[in-house]
Design a protein around this ligand. Structure first.
Ligand code: NAD
Length: 401
């Protein structure tokens, strides 16, 4: 994973003709923290925080609780955060953290103890003007609320700007839940406008129907009725319905009732890995990294692919699609809505403000539209892919003095 992130940076550095020293400086993390956490029960866990780059502002990036968390993954995700915050021009840097733990094997008290222990160890290195972590896989507003409280206990900082992704009553921002999906819709709409296709009708398939995929599908359906949702998948199945699916109904079934798509009462059921091969115009990937690789890329029929997950298409598959004339809207811009609203949460906390959801959404929209336009211009002028252009855009910002 780190190799992929670094290859993309090196490719962009070559396009920009950057010297070796400058490129190496971007690849290297500023600081890395690795430590053990031992709970009162005697259970021990490895914890990490990688602070990759803070040239543009405090490090920013989530904390993941997952058994497979390791240095390689945290380094890669921290590197991508640096590129993401720069691509969308936030005054923040890139970082990432994690604990190698399966949180489902801990009870609530142990989870709180673990979350607080992470902050007890790390508090001298983080804070509103140094490093502002957020939730990620298997971490949520409750965990972040414990962390903020522990940070306050350790430092007496009461701004609540030390972490983002807090509960609303604890200083979280309205609009955060939907932000990544919403940002994906804004990015796609802006791109269609730039290529003169915003008035056309499209069919669309969405892989993964969790937080990102479900909000993407719901917001797309309500804001862009000409984008017809014909397929969705989760880890159990693909639902295919050429006449169109109702994103709200799917969300109701999956999120509210906890259903599996294999049991959804309507549409044709296919294997979960069949979604990418359907004959649709737009394919949105909102499940996992590496879901399209050199092994299955030839099945893709869509002309536009939106990377809502982090790194859902490996580099050989990206190159193949680009050579076939497929447009890939890159993750560092297409899924940046979450970090943009995290930044807006931090800003509200620093200024002691609480914004209305419309205000948050408008700022999110402006930020992504600007980044898509800039990426598009670079791709056009340099005759490179959108992915390369997004990395060039980020790297330009990171290397300008
Ligand atoms: P989530 O866990 O809420 O949802 C993931 C969804 O993918 C689930 O519906 C799951 O069933 C589905 N899935 C898993 N394996 C699948 C498979 N093989 N085929 C089809 N579906 C499958 O996660 P999320 O928060 O929606 O995040 C999705 C991706 O977006 C992740 O890669 C995450 O790192 C990335 N991301 C999330 C955010 C955010 O704000 N949540 C921000 C940036 C990037």
């Amino acid at each position: 994973m780190l190799d992929t992130a670094q290859s993309l940076i090196k490719r962009a550095a070559k396009i920009l003709d950057l010297d070796q020293e400058t490129t190496q400086a971007i690849l290297k993390a500023n600081a890395e923290h690795k430590f053990d956490i031992e709970l009162q029960s005697g259970k021990k866990f490895q914890a990490y925080r990688v602070q990759h780059n803070n040239k543009r502002g405090p490090y920013k990036g989530g904390i993941r609780f997952h058994p497979q968390v390791d240095y390689d993954e945290v380094r890669a995700l921290a590197t991508l955060m640096t590129m993401k915050t720069a691509a969308v021009s936030l005054p923040m840097g890139g970082g990432k953290g994690g604990i190698a733990v399966n949180p489902k094997e801990l009870d609530k008290k142990e989870l709180e103890e673990l979350s607080r222990a992470f902050v007890k160890h790390l508090h001298p290195h983080i804070g509103p003007d140094k490093d502002v972590p957020a939730p990620d896989v298997n971490t949520n507003a409750q965990i972040i609320d414990w962390m903020v409280n522990e940070y306050e206990n350790q430092t007496e900082d009461t701004s609540h700007a030390s972490f983002t992704g807090k509960s609303i009553k604890n200083g979280g921002s309205l609009g955060r839940d939907a932000a990544t999906g919403r940002g994906g819709v804004v990015a796609l709409a802006e791109y269609l406008k730039l290529i003169g296709k915003n008035d056309q009708e499209f069919t669309m398939a969405v892989q993964g129907f969790g937080n990102v995929g479900s909000f993407f599908a719901k917001i797309a359906q309500s804001n862009h009725p000409k984008w017809k949702l014909v397929a969705v998948s989760d880890s159990s199945a693909t639902i295919y319905e050429p006449a169109g699916l109702d994103a709200k109904e799917l969300d109701e079934f999956k999120t509210k009732k906890g259903g599996k798509f294999a049991d959804f009462p309507r549409g044709k059921k296919l294997a979960e890995d069949k979604l990418i091969s359907l004959d649709v115009d737009i394919l949105a990937l909102a499940a996992l990294e590496n879901s399209v690789t050199d092994k299955n890329v030839k099945q893709v029929k869509a002309n536009i692919v939106v990377e809502l997950a982090n790194g859902p298409i490996n580099i050989p598959a990206q190159d193949y699609l680009t050579n076939q004339g497929v447009s890939i809207l890159p993750d560092i811009i297409a899924n940046s809505g979450g970090v943009i609203v995290s930044y807006l949460e931090w800003l509200q906390n620093k200024n002691g403000e609480h914004w209305k959801e419309e205000q948050v959404n408008k700022r999110l929209e402006n930020c992504i539209q600007k980044a898509v336009k800039e990426m598009f211009e670079i791709a056009k002028n340099k005759k490179i892919s959108l992915k390369e252009a997004a990395f060039v855009l980020a790297l330009k910002r990171l290397t300008s003095s």
